[in-house]
Every structure is written in C-alpha cells, then in structure tokens.
Design a protein around this ligand. Structure first.
Ligand code: 5GP
Length: 207
C-alpha cells in the first residue's frame, strides 16, 4: 500500500523544548523514518560526529552550496548557518522511506513556500517558565545567551500557525505517542496512498 515516494515530516521547536530527544526517539522506534542530516557552519559540540549529527562545513563551502542552489532551505540560527540538502531529501524519499527534518521556523517557512508535500509539526514546552528552567538547568550557557534564547523562543512561538500540528511536550512518553499518531495519520492520507496499487488489488479485476 506504500506510495513509491516517502513522506516528509518537518519538526520545529524553540531551543529547550526537547525536540532533539523527541526526534532521536521517533527515528529509533520507526525503521521507515530517517533523520535528515543537515549542513552547518557551527563547530561540533563534544560527542557530535560529522556526517551523523550534522555535516560540519566552512562558511565558504556553505556559500558555494547556496550559490549552486543545493539547499531545499537554509537559515541563520543563533549566528550559524544551517541548511538541508535537496539531494539528501530526494534520495530518501525516492527509496519510499520517510524523512524527518528538525529545522527552525525560517527553514520550515521555506519548505512550505516551495510547496513540498510535507507535514509540519510545532513542539511547545509546557510553559515559558518551564522553558526558562530547562535552559538554566543546562548550566552550559551564560545568562545573556539564555535571555537571547528565551527572546528568540518567544518570537518563534508566534509562527505556530504555519504548522499543521501543535504538540506540547509535557511528558516524553505521551508526546512521543502524539507524534507517532501524527506520522501514522499522515501515512494514511488518501492523497498520498498509491492509487495504482489500490486499483489493482481491489477494483480493476474483481473476482
Ligand atoms: P543546534 O545547533 O542546537 O543543533 O540547532 C539549532 C537550531 O537550528 C535548532 O532549532 C535546529 O532545529 C535548527 N536547525 C538544524 N538544522 C537545520 C537546518 O538544516 N535548517 C534550518 N533552517 N534549521 C536547522
């Protein structure tokens, strides 16, 4: 019943909403869902692997990729460049497998404007207090960085109407169930199912 082309899922959330963990868990539990590895100019954090978490490239390389129109979308987030390679998306979709893109609101807007057939999900923290607590508990960022992230979060949250679904991440297990339900529903959309298969199996040769 699967369409020969896979589905595209776009997930955005303010920093500290728990999106990275959620995306990792979604991919871990679903063999047909693949995390799209983005390109970025930011330096790797401890433990991050090139080609696995991101493809880490120089500013010059990133500019060359923009000029060659190789990105499905790209944006500057917290001072660094991030972009999704169109070729990488297509490679996965053409295998009939689904793509999970974890990108910011600017990138999601570009994917929507390109009219790519995608399902857009926005994840919210339970409240701004919880978000602020989570960012402070990381203890890795200075106070001015935290305030900038909170200010940015408030701006990003205002873009929620660009999305198809809004999910509040109050409890990891329940949030995962909601995201899995959205993915399952998208895979069952009539417009996406393989018409030829349904016709062949059910009505072209009855009896
Ligand atoms: P981080 O550097 O903390 O991994 O990610 C910072 C932000 O950049 C997150 O909101 C993440 O979703 C976003 N991001 C990661 N990859 C991409 C990308 O390819 N395109 C866009 N537009 N944003 C991205």
């Amino acid at each position: 019943m699967k369409n020969p082309l896979g589905k595209l899922f776009v997930i955005s959330a303010p920093s500290g909403a728990g999106k990275t963990t959620l995306c990792q868990e979604l991919v871990r539990h679903d063999p047909h869902l693949h995390h799209l590895v983005s390109h970025t100019t930011r330096t790797p954090r401890p433990g991050e692997q090139d080609g696995c978490d991101y493809t880490f490239i120089s500013q010059d390389e990133f500019s060359r990729m923009i000029d060659a129109d190789l990105f499905a979308e790209w944006a500057v987030v917290h001072g660094n460049y991030y972009g999704t390679s169109m070729e990488r998306i297509q490679k996965i979709l053409e295998c009939g497998e689904d793509v999970l893109m974890d990108i910011d609101v600017q990138g999601a807007g570009q994917i929507r404007r390109r009219n790519l057939d995608a399902t857009f999900v926005f994840i919210l923290p339970p409240s701004m207090e919880v978000l602020s607590g989570r960012l402070r508990n990381r203890r890795s960022d200075a106070e001015d960085v935290i305030s900038r992230r909170l200010q940015k979060a408030a701006e990003e949250i205002q873009c929620y109407k660009q999305y198809d679904y809004l999910v509040i991440n109050d409890e990891l297990g329940k949030t995962l169930e909601k995201l899995q339900a959205i993915i399952t529903a998208a895979r069952l959309e009539v417009g996406w199912l393989d018409e030829r298969w349904i016709a062949k199996e059910f009505y072209l040769n009855p009896g």
